[in-house]
Design a protein around this ligand. Structure first.
Ligand code: ATP
Length: 206
């Protein structure tokens, strides 16, 4: 079953799944929606939180994989990724430890939104389409920009090497697939003000 559906009290709540490829402008959109008063569940943040020091998942990962803790006791993500993506068995081991925690924490956040009486929740999930979660949301909101524009932004403002940026784009679903899955598209091929104006118009109609 989908993550948000693990929440016990979703009746009547509208879930907007915010997604888009790397460098498309998701963070910018999520930030604007927060400013407008939206309750945003940030999937990347949840994934980071459940492996923080003191969390049971971190101790279990440290038992299951070798040398994945930093001297300070935090998670050495690069080392974990190196080991966990080396084989499907290792990836399964990683997922068995992290996925239940991610689901539980995500459901908890949806519960909180419901308890607050929120009628709309934004689920900020970069891999919504890749993970087949589009059916779990009411509206798929896609932030879109041409590949070359995204690459230029990632190189220009994020300092990524161009080949690296291209590789990361290629590892995700392509633009047409993402657009085909969208209920609403925010066009981020122009400037940030134009994007923000579209976010505001979308939010006003929600
Ligand atoms: P990621 O998937 O890497 O987290 P993202 O989809 O969250 O990226 P943002 O972080 O919002 O995208 O945007 C990527 C970069 O491009 C940022 O540095 C942002 O400031 C810049 N950017 C976003 N939209 C525009 C725009 N319309 N014009 C110029 N720069 C932009």
């Amino acid at each position: 079953m989908p993550w948000p559906a693990d929440s016990a009290i979703l009746d009547g709540m509208r879930i907007i799944g915010l997604t888009g490829g790397i460098g498309s402008g998701k963070t910018t959109v999520a930030e604007r929606l927060r400013q407008k008063g939206a309750f945003v569940v940030d999937a990347d943040k949840v994934a980071r939180e459940i492996v923080e020091p003191g969390q049971p998942a971190l101790a279990e990962l440290a038992d299951a994989f070798d040398g994945i803790l930093t001297p300070e006791g935090g998670l050495d993500r690069a080392e974990l990724a190196r080991q966990a993506f080396a084989s499907t068995t290792a990836t399964d081991k990683l997922n068995a430890i992290t996925h239940p925690r991610i689901r539980a924490r995500t459901a908890e956040l949806f519960d909180t939104a419901a308890e607050e009486g929120r009628e709309v929740v934004v689920y900020d999930m970069p891999l919504l389409i890749e993970n087949g979660e589009t059916e779990t949301v009411d509206t798929v909101l896609v932030v879109d920009a041409p590949d070359d524009v995204r690459i230029a932004r990632l190189v220009g403002s994020r300092g990524l090497d161009e080949d690296d940026a291209r590789r990361r784009l290629a590892a995700q679903v392509d633009r047409q697939t993402r657009l085909a899955a969208a209920d609403v598209v925010l066009d981020n091929s122009g400037d940030i003000e134009t994007l923000v104006a579209q976010v505001d118009a979308f939010w006003d109609e929600v």
